[in-house]
Design a binder for this molecule. Structure first.
Ligand code: GLU
Length: 464
């Protein structure tokens, strides 16, 4: 079996968004599953709308998702000579011709066709005129006028278009630049691409591209057009539904494996399994399981996946990520070993790394900078409680070992002796050491914070 070659071909006119990332993932998985190659091509022929920063941001997003490409990146903007070489071949073989019709004339032909209730298209006036190059002239494909072009699609099945409906499309513009369809075909063919998975917004282009393949005598790749992605309201996914750029999810604290898992499920399934490791996806992926109906993007499900992967992650890895989030908030770099002790307290309930970082703040902030929830201070720090807090502080200071079990035992001995309920003490102590009323288990939290910090905070709280 010859090796398969897939590709991802983004236009760097915007960030890598959910739909583009899903296309990249499918092509990457197909190549990895079959031991083929996954190529990357930057479609930057639109020199005005493309920019290098966008290209870089797309590369960053792909790296974050772990979608490694093979070989060098191809840039369309550097391949104009190659496109022109192939246009010349088409002219020489009689599969293309020069056309001198002006845009206004072409528009008039379209109008005329429309008026007759026909598909608007170029009339073919210059097809047999035998024109040569000249100012204001374009090169058009001499497309077949009878028969049909069939896309044998891996997702949609067989899609047939009457050739009579297809234009003699422009291949080279008056300024000498190649058109999009010509460039894509020349690239895919010369890069040896065998399988193309892309959004079905490109399905219209495919019959046209097939005509160019045929005119150039290139073998056809296999196409698979995946349906678009919808928001929960079943309308096309857009900004209205929230973040659409992949890296916005990184900023929100999603893990790349959750993103990969969530995106791959938008149009691909393997039974009713929801959670897939990267290795499992590579092993299981097949185009046969690509769905033909539109997939719905569901943020709640993505959060659920993220919570799962957070639970599964080693604390040391999350500590590094939490540290990065804290740095973005202006904190100095933290002791990663300390963070790795905080992380397990937050892992069971966290949905995002951003949320973990937020809950880590009270662990890392300087005691003097700890912000107290003053309503809670007022509510819980009664004179009676202050007395108990002072006593508990003394007990904690005197403990031989500052661990959960010792603290728990000592504090319970104290409340029994005083005949008070644990409840009377638990919230005030929590407020004293964290500033607020919500935290992981009290004794675990104190053990992780360490004696020095805990005592200093009780002191500060008592002085409020
Ligand atoms: N550059 C096109 C896009 O970003 C993709 C073209 C293709 O996959 O053939 O939509």
């Amino acid at each position: 079996m010859s090796t398969i070659v897939t590709r991802f071909a983004p236009s760097p006119t915007g960030y890598l968004h959910i739909g583009g990332a899903r296309t990249a993932i499918f092509n990457w998985l197909l190549a990895r599953h079959l031991g083929g190659k996954f190529l990357l091509r930057i479609e930057d022929t639109d020199l005005v709308r493309s920019n290098a920063d966008m290209t870089q941001s797309i590369l960053d997003a792909m790296e974050w998702l772990g979608l490694s490409h093979d070989g060098e990146i191809t840039y369309q903007s550097k391949r104009f000579d190659i496109y022109n070489e192939y246009i010349d071949k088409l002219l020489a073989s009689g599969n293309a011709y020069w056309c001198s019709c002006t845009p206004e004339e072409v528009e008039a032909m379209r109008e005329e066709a429309r008026a007759k209730g026909l598909k608007p298209k170029y009339s073919g006036r210059c097809r047999e005129a035998g024109l040569g190059p000249g100012p204001g002239r374009v090169v058009r494909l001499k497309a077949p006028v009878t028969g049909a072009t069939v896309v044998d699609d891996m997702v949609k099945g067989s899609v047939s278009v009457d050739n009579a409906e297809l234009d003699d499309m422009v291949l080279r513009r008056t300024d000498g630049s190649p058109t999009y369809n010509l460039a894509v075909v020349v690239d895919d063919a010369t890069m040896g691409v065998t399988h193309i998975i892309r959004g079905d917004d490109h399905l219209n282009n495919t019959p046209r591209q097939i005509l160019i393949y045929k005119a150039l005598g290139f073998p056809l790749p296999k196409f698979g057009h995946v349906p678009m992605i919808l928001g929960p309201d079943k309308k096309k996914l857009s900004k209205r539904h929230g973040a659409t750029a992949v890296m916005e999810y990184e900023t929100e604290g999603f893990l790349p494996e959750a993103m990969l898992n969530g995106l791959v499920r938008l149009g691909w399934a393997s039974g009713d399994q929801e959670i897939f490791s990267r290795e499992e996806l590579v092993r299981l992926f097949s185009t046969e399981n690509l769905g033909s109906s539109a997939a719905v993007f569901d943020k709640a499900k993505l959060l659920w996946l993220n919570a799962h992967y957070i639970k599964e992650s080693p604390a040391s890895r999350l500590a590094v990520l939490v540290n990065a989030f804290l740095e973005r908030k202006g904190y100095p770099p933290q002791d990663l070993e300390y963070l790795a002790k905080v992380v397990p307290l937050l892992q069971p309930r966290a949905q995002t790394v951003a949320e973990m970082a937020e809950k880590t703040e009270c662990f890392v902030t300087r005691t003097d900078d700890l912000v107290y929830d003053m309503a809670a201070v007022k509510k819980f720090f009664t004179d009676e409680v202050r007395g108990h807090l002072e006593a508990v502080r003394g007990i904690l200071e005197g403990l031989a070992a500052f661990d959960q079990a010792s603290m728990e035992q000592a504090v319970h001995a104290y409340i029994e002796e005083k005949g008070i309920k644990f409840k009377l003490l638990a919230q005030p102590v929590r407020v004293a050491i964290t500033g607020g009323t919500a935290s992981p288990g009290l004794f675990e939290t104190m053990e992780v914070m360490g004696r020095r910090r805990v005592l200093a905070r009780i002191d500060r709280a008592l002085a409020l």
